[in-house]
Design a protein around this ligand. Structure first.
Ligand code: ADP
Ligand code: MG
Length: 226
C-alpha cells in the first residue's frame, strides 16, 4: 500500500507589493508517495523556491492546504513547526550554509545535537553519512579546506542526520560546475535511495530533474507532468 506523505491542495501564493498583487502559485496540487523522488523544473522566477519554502514551513501560502505526514502546515504553532523542521525534514539549498569554524563531522552532526542525541552517537552516525558521500578522509576538515563539491556533499550528509521523512532540495547543484553538479546529483539520489527517503527537489537543470521517479514543471503557477 502506498502512503501519501505530502498532500498539497489548491495552493495559492500571492505576494502583495505596493503597486500590484503578484500571484506566483495558483491552484497547485501535488501528492507525493512515501519513498518517491519527485523533481520540479521551472525557469528562474517560476516559483520553485516559493513552493519549496512553503513545504519547508518557511513561508505561508495565501490559500489552500498543505499536509506533510501528520503535520497540517497551515495550522502549526511554533512548537510543532520546530518539531516538523527538526524531525520530519532534511534541507539542502544551493548554498551549503556550513558553519565555518566547525569541521565536516561537526557540521554534519550539529542538527542531531540540537535534537538531543548524545554526542558520541551523533558523531558515529555523522561519520557513516560522510562515508556514504565519499568524505571519509575529510571528516576533520573545515569548510575552507574543502572544495565546493565537497562542501555540498557535507550538506547532503547533514540533511539525513536526523533521519527525516522528507528531503527538500532547492537547486542543490546550482552553485557547482557541470562535473561537480553531475556528481552531487548522483550522490544525492543514491543516498536517498540507500536510506529509502522521500525526495522533493527543484532545479532548473533538466538533466538532474530527469533522475526523479516523477518530474513536473511549474508553469503559470501550476504543476504539469513532464
Ligand atoms: N517576498 C517577495 N515579494 C514579492 N515577490 C516575490 C517575493 N519572493 C519572491 N517573489 C517573486 O516570486 C517569483 C518566484 O520567485 P522564486 O520562487 O524565488 O522563483 P524560482 O525559485 O523559481 O527562481 C519571482 O518573480 C520573485 O520575484
Ligand atoms: Mg529559486
Amino acid at each position: 500500500m502506498s502512503e501519501i506523505i505530502v498532500s498539497v491542495k489548491e495552493l495559492e501564493k500571492t505576494y502583495k507589493t505596493e503597486s500590484e498583487n503578484l500571484t506566483i502559485l495558483k491552484d497547485l496540487n501535488l501528492e507525493i508517495e512515501r519513498g518517491k523522488k519527485i523533481t520540479i523544473v521551472g525557469e528562474s522566477g517560476s516559483g520553485k523556491s516559493t513552493f519549496l519554502n512553503i513545504i519547508g514551513g518557511l513561508d505561508n501560502p495565501t490559500r489552500g492546504s498543505v499536509r506533510c505526514g501528520s503535520y497540517d502546515l497551515i495550522n502549526l504553532d511554533e512548537k510543532k513547526l520546530s518539531d516538523y523542521r527538526t524531525h520530519f525534514l532534511g534541507l539542502i539549498f544551493q548554498f551549503h550554509y556550513l558553519l565555518k569554524d566547525f569541521t565536516a563531522l561537526e557540521n554534519t552532526f550539529l542538527p542531531s545535537i540540537m535534537a538531543g542525541l548524545p554526542k558520541k552517537e551523533a558523531a558515529e552516525k555523522a561519520r557513516q553519512l560522510l562515508c556514504d558521500v565519499g568524505l571519509e578522509k575529510r571528516v576533520d576538515h573545515l569548510p575552507s579546506q574543502l572544495s565546493g563539491g565537497e562542501r555540498q556533499r557535507v550538506a547532503v550528509a547533514r540533511s539525513l542526520m536526523n533521519n527525516p521523512e522528507l528531503v527538500l532540495a532547492d537547486e542543490p547543484t546550482g552553485n557547482l560546475d557541470p562535473e561537480n553538479a553531475k556528481m552531487i546529483g548522483e550522490l544525492l539520489f543514491s543516498v536517498v535511495d540507500k536510506y529509502k527517503k522521500t525526495l522533493l527537489l527543484v532545479t532548473h537543470d533538466m538533466n538532474l530533474a530527469r533522475r526523479g521517479d516523477l518530474c513536473y514543471s511549474i508553469k503559470k503557477g501550476k504543476l504539469e507532468l513532464v
